[in-house]
Design a protein around this ligand. Structure first.
Ligand SMILES: NC(=O)c1ccc[n+]([C@@H]2O[C@H](COP(=O)([O-])OP(=O)(O)OC[C@H]3O[C@@H](n4cnc5c(N)ncnc54)[C@H](OP(=O)(O)O)[C@@H]3O)[C@@H](O)[C@H]2O)c1
Length: 268
């Protein structure tokens, strides 16, 4: 009887072979064995560390896949607030152009405690990566940038840098001001002025980028609206705080995404 070949155990597996997953896999595979796992992966391998990099709305299935790999740890580097597995944050960026993945930057990656080995692999692969104790604050700061930049750039079809000038700066500032008390109630030490400064800083350092929400809208893909602005709206509701501009952008992006007709409106 021929023994069945056992799947190999990898140092790292990445679930989500898209823009960011491919960027991480391409570099990491130069220093450790890496499995890049897509939706239909016939013989699922085992892996020590699994990074989840699917769009936020695909998380449940991706986490189920990750768990089947019997890992020592699973970490999400997705946008939005993921609660089912530990979550880090990354400013690495890449985008898809047809079947090609275009790397933008390796950025900086922050991981939660327990992922020191993975951080070491990432550094060896050329990423700026470290473990931080207060990962929740890092996640909330990332959410702040996401809920201010993504909806405005996607609604008006402009790059991140446009948010530093009128008229777009008016929206970005109001969104930052409204988000600050909510994030403070969640434990982030940030006041409205600091929130505006942070958002404008991100708009400056990523000026030439198209936000992921803008890219999704332009490509006719589903956006992560529900996991970005939607997450902020749910927090605001929990803390009984008003965020009317976020609510308006949440609705606006939903209408853009679904199309005016399906929202019950008629084009003239
Ligand atoms: N791209 C960036 O620069 C960037 C930067 C920071 C954070 N992020 C965040 O990182 C996450 C991934 O973004 P992305 O731009 O890399 O998205 P993406 O290009 O759409 O890639 C997602 C990939 O995951 C695959 N997938 C979906 N469900 C899966 C499952 N159950 N098992 C395995 N693979 C699955 C998708 O396959 P299909 O094509 O078949 O759907 C696709 O290949 C998002 O949360 C995003 O906000 C992205």
């Amino acid at each position: 009887m021929v023994p069945r070949e056992r799947p190999r155990r990898y140092h790292v597996a990445i679930v989500g072979p898209g823009a960011l997953g491919s960027l991480f896999a391409a570099r990491l595979s130069k220093v450790v064995p890496v499995a890049l796992v897509g939706r239909e992966f016939a013989a699922l391998p085992e892996a020590d560390w699994v990074i989840v990099l699917v769009k936020a709305y695909d998380t449940p299935a991706a986490v189920r896949t990750a768990r089947r790999m019997k890992p020592l740890g699973i970490v999400s580097l997705q946008n939005g607030l993921i609660e089912s597995v530990p979550q880090g944050v990354t400013t690495a960026a890449a985008y898809r152009e047809g079947r090609r993945v275009v790397p933008v930057t390796t950025g900086a990656t922050l991981l939660p405690p327990g992922f020191e080995t993975l951080a070491r692999y990432l550094r060896k692969a050329g990423f700026e990566a470290r473990v931080v104790r207060d990962i929740r604050s890092a996640r909330l700061r990332k959410l702040l940038a996401n809920v201010c930049l993504n909806p405005v750039t996607a609604a008006f079809g402009v790059r991140n840098g446009a948010l530093r000038k009128r008229p777009y700066s008016v929206f970005a500032e109001v969104l930052a001001e409204e988000a600050a008390p909510v994030l403070m109630a969640e434990g982030l030490a940030i006041d409205p002025k600091a929130a505006i400064r942070r958002v404008m800083d991100v708009a400056r350092t990523t000026a030439g980028n198209r936000s992921s929400m803008l890219q999704d809208v332009l490509a006719g893909r589903r956006t992560e609206n529900e996991h970005l602005t939607g997450a902020l709206l749910r927090m605001a509701r929990r803390h009984r705080l008003a965020v009317p501009t976020h609510a308006a952008f949440h609705w606006l992006i939903d209408v853009i995404e679904r199309g005016l007709e399906s929202a019950g409106q008629r084009r003239i």
